[in-house]
Design a protein around this ligand. Structure first.
Ligand code: AMP
Ligand code: ZN
Length: 112
């Protein structure tokens, strides 16, 4: 389901432009507008849900689907030597967009 107030839902429906690197019927991967590493991609499920803490069974299947797809997408986009996945959950982690997304960071050696 789409949320009309959600930035990433607008990116998914194309009303806000993005640099897409992968799309299928369930997920979209696009470049982060303020990259924190040489490669910084965001993977989102097309169905809106807010965060890990709100996930139902169907949504957890979508997260699993994305995790299975991400290795090939990352390797095809400059992360052949490795990458880091990050999910910011809630305020203390600095989550700013409340549509669950997986950060894919790589293209360089990453400090911990
Ligand atoms: P988070 O802080 O985990 O909620 O991550 C939100 C991410 O979305 C940040 O890394 C932002 O740089 C990124 N972001 C915000 N607006 C856009 C946009 N229009 N296109 C691409 N990435 C965006
Ligand atoms: Zn959304």
């Amino acid at each position: 389901m789409k949320n009309n107030d959600c930035l990433f839902c607008k990116i998914i429906d194309g009303s806000i432009p993005s640099a897409k690197v992968y799309e299928d019927e369930k997920m979209l991967v696009f470049k982060d507008i303020e990259p924190k590493a040489k490669v910084h991609l965001l993977a989102v499920a097309k169905n809106h849900f807010k965060s890990l803490s709100e996930m139902d069974d169907e949504q957890s299947e979508l997260v699993k689907y994305m995790l299975v797809k991400i290795p090939e997408i990352a390797e095809n986009n400059g992360c052949e030597n490795g990458y880091r996945l990050v999910i910011n959950q809630g305020g203390d982690a600095g989550q700013t967009v409340f549509h669950l997304h997986i950060h894919i960071l790589g293209g360089q050696i990453l400090d911990w």
